[in-house]
Design a protein around this ligand. Structure first.
Ligand code: AHM
Ligand code: MG
Length: 333
């Protein structure tokens, strides 16, 4: 059978169940095209003089890498003229980006973290792009941040692209999770991973252990129990991984299982965690749930949280169901 490219896959989905409206299909394809451009830049690295700091900071007070800015521009440029979008929002921009007046507007809102894990760029370790798509509430012509503040259950599609040894785009629009590998010679994403599933059980966890002294009691208890291994209360030995790229972490988990945690931190009690709900927590939760896993903030499904700000943070526990349910139960006790 001939290879199924992203375009063909999406067109067939559109025909099949009518679950994928043509406008949304076009939008996903366009995001995929921008990710291809980002992938080529990430690959060139020092050859294109694009490593290192941009010398600017984003709204979160984080120093921007040159590639953070380049990836953000690629996504804006690719998506502003297509006619599917009412507005865009990004980790790298304080306020929503409005579609320039010369282009038609559409019914969707696109949010993204253009280059997640960008501290890894200069050391040649995987980074990624994360995106989430919502419908713009009816009757809103000029979407402000309020239009974006919808719970994750309202997402119509979400995905990520991991720029690793292979570039892979993994996406959902609510009927399973589909993985595509970039074929550089052909310049297209090819369906290589159908119906991706997170194994229900696992013996692998991911957390930044250096923050241990700042964690809350349920997280300390859970990690202590995992470290206790076979003779401890969980009765098995665990292995640990920490890439410091959420996209790479989620991709590992969706491939072979695991639990990823970025808990709330006592260093800054006003912040619910490090990761942002709109363009990190929600899209990853949507993907993980669609793949049969679970995603909570320790107390409730991430996707059921009503966000109050575009850059609001959230504690994240996601991955294999059994382990996410365990840490969630520890929080609720
Ligand atoms: P970023 O969006 O600024 O790259 O930050 C998010 C990243 C995640 O990819 C990763 O899980 C986490 O930050 C790593 O944090 P730490 O520096 O504590 O290892
Ligand atoms: Mg990020």
């Amino acid at each position: 059978m001939s290879r199924i490219t992203l375009s063909r896959f999406l067109i067939e989905q559109q025909r099949k169940a009518g679950t994928l409206p043509p406008e949304l299909r076009l939008l996903i394809e366009t995001v995929g095209r921008a990710c291809k451009a980002i992938s080529y830049s990430v690959n060139k690295g020092a050859l294109a003089g694009i490593l290192g700091e941009a010398g600017t900071g984003n709204i979160q007070g984080e120093a921007q890498k040159k590639l953070d800015v380049i990836a953000n521009d690629f996504l804006l440029d690719a998506n502003e003229w297509g006619g599917s979008l009412a507005a865009m929002a990004s980790e790298e921009m304080e306020l929503p980006y409005h579609i320039p007046g010369e282009y038609p507007k559409g019914e969707y809102l696109l949010m993204f973290d253009p280059l997640d894990g960008s501290s890894n760029i200069d050391v040649n370790i995987s980074v990624g792009t994360i995106f989430s798509i919502l419908r713009c509430p009816e009757g809103i012509d000029h979407p402000t941040q309020e239009a974006f503040l919808q719970p994750g259950t309202k997402q119509v599609a979400a995905g990520y692209t991991v720029y690793g040894p292979q570039t892979m785009l993994v996406l959902t629009f609510g009927s399973g999770v589909h993985g595509f590998t970039l074929d550089r010679e052909h310049g297209s994403f090819v369906l290589t991973h159908s119906d991706m599933q997170v194994p229900e059980t696992t013996q692998e966890f991911a957390i930044n252990m250096s923050n241990m002294r700042h964690w809350e009691a349920p997280v300390k208890r859970y990690v202590d129990e995992m470290l206790a291994g076979k003779t401890g209360p969980l009765g098995k030995d665990y292995n640990m991984r920490w890439v410091a790229s959420m996209v790479a972490e989620v991709h590992r988990i969706i491939t072979r299982g695991g639990i990823f945690m970025y808990p709330k931190d006592a260093r800054d009690p006003d912040k619910a965690g490090k990761l942002r709900i709109m363009y990190e927590g929600n899209p990853m939760a949507f993907i993980i749930e669609q793949a049969g896993g679970a995603a909570t903030n320790g107390y409730q499904r991430i996707m059921e949280i009503q966000p109050k700000g575009l850059h609001e943070r959230v504690a994240v526990f996601l991955g294999s169901k059994e382990e996410v349910e365990r840490i969630t139960a520890y929080h609720q006790q």
